[in-house]
Design a protein around this ligand. Structure first.
Ligand code: KIV
Length: 287
């Protein structure tokens, strides 16, 4: 059953909402099989797939390419497309044009944008254009230059209050849920308890209405020197198993153990016989 925006909102206070990032067709399939509620085609793609240092340089076109791949799997999960940096900062017209591409061409079900009161006008305009919006507050990676790095947000009473006011504003504007990233547990808990829409936490403790991780962090598709954030748990070690499989492949092809008959197309004796003619033809061509 395809999960919809009202379905996700209705999960609040019933069960924990699961969200995972995905950037391609097979991961999108896996998300459906594992019954993830939401797939976020996050701009984290810039870092974990494209190898950029941060999320700032990814474009609408690059994001769209991956949103399409995720949607091609026709996932049951709600597909949320992350609006990249500068795709919703310039004007309302440009914001709607960019967001509508994710819906019309990428077949996403909703978009996500970072920020609170600064984004009031664009959130209102998107919702008026019938585009469901997921908010994102706290440690918003697109603001890393303003924040002076990836810093935990809402650590003082005043800052926690600001965060809560932003959350209330996004709710009033009509956002269907809000990601809370890099926020102390106690702050995320009380924001979640006092909103009618679900919060999805990452580095925000266990009391948010849902949880999200970046898929490459979760499955450990990262080399050893990569330093995980405190909130990351590697549930698998796919980088090591990929290196193991590649090493085995290299050794088997060098030993000519692979491909064996099992992985080759062997003709019947008669067909093999008729190919003798073919071998003669080759000799003729080469002579
Ligand atoms: O881009 C992303 O993956 C995100 C999640 C970390 C929430 O925004």
């Amino acid at each position: 059953m395809k999960k919809t925006v009202p379905y996700i909102v209705g999960l609040k206070d019933k069960r924990v909402i699961s969200m995972i990032t995905a950037y391609d067709y097979p991961t999108s399939k896996a998300a459906t099989v594992s019954e993830m509620d939401i797939i976020l085609v996050g701009d984290s793609l810039a870092q974990v797939v494209l190898g950029h240092d941060d999320t700032l340089s990814i474009t609408v076109e690059e994001m769209l390419h991956h949103v399409k791949a995720v949607s091609n799997a026709k996932p049951d999960s709600l597909v949320v497309a992350d609006m990249p940096y500068m795709s919703y900062h310039i004007s309302i017209e440009e914001t709607i044009r960019n967001a509508s591409r994710f819906i019309k061409e990428g077949k996403a079900d909703a978009v996500k944008i970072e920020g609170g009161s600064k984004r009031e006008k664009v959130v209102r305009a998107l919702i008026n254009a019938e585009i469901p919006v997921m908010g994102h507050l706290g440690l918003t990676p697109q603001s890393k230059n303003i924040m002076g790095g990836y810093k935990i947000q809402g650590k003082t009473l005043d800052l926690a209050k600001e965060l809560f006011e932003d959350a209330l504003l996004l709710q009033d504007l009509g956002c269907f849920s809000i990601v809370l990233e890099g926020v102390p547990t106690v702050v995320a808990q009380s924001i979640s308890e006092n909103l009618g829409i679900p919060t999805i936490g990452i580095g925000a403790g266990k009391y948010t209405d849902g949880q999200v991780l970046v898929i490459h962090d979760l499955v450990g598709m990262k080399s050893k020197e990569y330093i995980d954030a405190k909130f990351v748990k590697r549930f698998d070690n796919q980088f090591d198993s990929t290196v193991k499989a590649l090493t085995q492949f290299k050794s088997e092809i060098e030993a000519r153990d692979f491909p064996s008959e099992e992985h080759s197309y062997i003709l019947s004796n008669n067909a093999e016989e008729s190919l003798k003619e073919w071998k003669k033809e080759i000799k003729k061509i080469l002579s």
